[in-house]
Design a protein around this ligand. Structure first.
Ligand code: GLN
Length: 605
């Protein structure tokens, strides 16, 4: 069918056509390539990791890629989701609260993403309903097809326009067959037709069972999953078979036979020791080549760019592999049973460990029942602690007990957001003599509310998207440890309602606490540290430093913590003094007089 002619008719939008094609102004059909990843058989196959690794392979070839995750749920964003059920809430620089997969994309692609890279059914429906209320549908009844699906395609094209990407990577949340994502799948079918031949590459991620009682790989579930996709009118071009062990040729051929996909485009994607190895696994198997061929992008490959990108990545992997020391870091928190709730912290520790040539083991410290006496016992074999972000009151006393123990015994500590606030409370109580110091989040009646609501938060009533959110600049105080880490200005991401009450700053500073970073415009304390004379490494931040840590650009607050942990374990004289990533790249810059950009400190000029 001639889609060009069809669209000429639609473009006139005469009102009595069945078609509905909202295109962002300036968008040219067929000008962008799309890769769409679907999950079949079951969830939890690591679709985000797979998609981001595949996107990385293309990015490494010199292409501009822009990922988008389409979430099935009706929430407008992930801000109100419980990390127990859904994993951490990831915050983008523009303040969008998203699913943790966006963190996976940012880390893999070393990109700062925006609200354009994340859509939920809630956002799509909201737009459709708002348009209906303003008479945007010209008297028509508003339907799933073509209006909701039209809005979905519109979102992808807006991203394509804004990012000027060569390839937009679309990850469909959920599994084929869910009610929640049926509208997305239908929209993708339409997208392929509208954008024209070789503009859209459909990739199905499926699962190969290997029951131990049989001892062989079985492909039936995968076949049925793909058939389900075919029933939706989507013919996959590439099939990725998740499995524990490499998928046999026989199984891949069987899948090819039942799915109209050439056997050379049915690939194995078996377990590997680390997610960082996946890009190389994909390249080795030829996934990237298959996508490039399908989309006719081969002429765009820049071989030197690819060689350099791969070398850089392989160096990182080698450094990871050759780590020859080990430290144990305790994370105190109420979601200790759900590792996903702290996904970015775990990653940030890994990045810092790799930078310093050591492996970081994590111990989960449940603070719900912890007292001062028990804290010392619990932390005795740990080389550093992190007190992470949290909401509410549960476990607060236990966290304060851990921080007290760390402060008084020289145990390295990093307080993040809520953890930073707990460090201020502990210091106020035990050093500055404000016995009844607290956060008004915990005790509204306390005598010294050292942690109090941000002034602008006092007027807010709704829950979603109302915190102080997103990337903010931080002015760093001269002569502090933070200045060595960041220079005179840092940028980190925030998600909070409470802050250090400025009334108590003089008393806290008198006690010895150093507020090493503040907001440029308001009196918001962003970084704290204790001077080297008081503690080897006792640092806190109101921000979430874990969100901007990247494999090749670790966040210095974690680097500092892991370095201090190494010194605690192996002794100061056995661990070389620390050169922060920024100090290292400054030295490189001096040599080569080349600039470098980093998500940690944006305004280094
Ligand atoms: N509950 C605290 C606040 O709202 C801390 C938030 C956090 O740790 N993300 O300020």
């Amino acid at each position: 069918m001639d889609s060009e002619r069809l669209f000429d008719a639609v473009r006139t939008q005469s009102g009595d056509t069945e078609f509905y094609l909202p295109l962002p102004s300036g968008y040219q059909l067929g000008s962008t390539k799309f890769v769409v990843v679907f999950g079949t058989v079951m969830s939890g196959l690591g679709k985000g990791i797979f998609s981001s690794s595949l996107a990385k392979c293309l990015q490494d070839k010199g292409l501009t890629v822009a990922p988008i995750k389409l979430e099935g749920y009706l929430n407008i964003d992930s801000g109100t989701l419980n990390p127990f059920r859904h994993g951490e809430v990831f915050v983008l620089d523009d303040g969008t609260e998203t699913d943790m997969d966006l963190g996976t994309y940012e880390r893999a692609l070393n990109l700062n993403l925006t609200r354009l890279n994340f859509a939920t059914s809630g956002q799509i429906y909201r737009r459709v309903l708002e348009r209906e209320r303003t008479g945007g549908y010209l008297g028509r009844d508003v339907q799933m097809i073509p209006h909701v699906t039209g809005e979905i395609k519109n979102r992808l094209r807006e991203l394509a326009l804004a990012s000027k990407a060569d390839v937009v990577f679309v990850e469909i949340g959920g599994t084929v067959g869910d009610v929640e994502n049926a509208h997305y799948i239908e929209a993708m079918r339409q997208l392929a037709f509208e954008e024209g031949q070789r503009s859209v590459c459909f990739v199905a991620l499926t699962f190969i069972l290997e029951p131990s009682i049989l001892g062989e790989q079985k492909s039936k579930a995968a076949q049925l999953g793909i058939r389900r996709l075919l029933e939706c009118g989507v013919q996959p071009h590439i099939i990725a078979c998740r499995a524990q062990t490499p998928v046999t040729r026989k199984v891949r051929e069987k899948i090819a036979l039942f799915s109209n996909v050439a056997p050379e485009r049915v690939f194995s994607m078996h377990d590997c020791e680390s997610v960082y190895l996946i890009p190389e696994l994909l390249r080795g198997a030829g996934y990237d080549k298959a996508v490039m061929e399908w989309l006719e992008l081969e002429s765009k490959v820049e071989e030197t760019v690819e060689r350099e990108a791969r070398e850089e990545w392989l160096n990182y992997l080698n450094q990871r592999r050759s780590a020859n020391r080990e430290v144990r870091v305790g994370i105190t928190g109420k979601y200790t049973s759900v590792r996903d709730a702290y996904a970015s912290i775990l990653k940030a520790l890994e990045h810092a460990g790799t930078y310093l040539g050591c492996k970081v083991d994590v111990d989960w410290v449940d603070t719900s029942e912890l007292t001062d006496a028990k804290a010392a016992e619990t932390l005795k074999d740990i080389h550093a602690i992190i007190v992470p972000g949290a909401f509410g009151t549960r476990g607060a006393d236990g966290k304060i007990a851990c921080l007290k123990c760390a402060r008084t015994t020289g145990l390295p500590a990093l307080g993040i957001c809520y953890g930073f606030q707990m460090a201020v409370i502990e210091f106020a109580r035990n050093v500055c003599g404000m016995e009844d110091a607290n956060s008004t989040e915990i005790d509204n009646e306390c005598r010294y509310p050292v942690i109090n609501l941000l002034p602008e938060q006092k007027k807010i009533e709704g829950l979603g998207g109302t915190m102080r959110l997103g990337g903010q600049d931080i002015v760093v105080k001269e002569g502090t440890l933070a200045q060595r880490m960041f220079g005179s200005r840092a940028r980190m991401r925030f998600r909070h309602r409470y802050e250090v009450d400025p009334r108590y700053i003089p008393q806290l500073e008198f006690g010895g606490m150093v507020f090493a970073g503040r907001s440029p415009r308001a009196e918001i304390m962003n970084l704290l540290e204790l001077p080297a004379t008081m503690h080897p490494y006792y640092v806190g931040t109101q921000a979430h430093p874990e969100l901007t840590s990247r494999p090749l650009d670790p966040n210095p607050l974690f680097v500092g913590l892991v370095h201090a942990a190494l010194r605690r374990k192996y002794g100061t004289d056995q661990v070389a003094s620390l050169v922060f990533p920024r100090e290292r790249s400054d030295a490189d810059d001096d040599e080569s007089s080349a600039g470098s950009s980093s998500p940690q400190s944006v305004s280094r000029a």
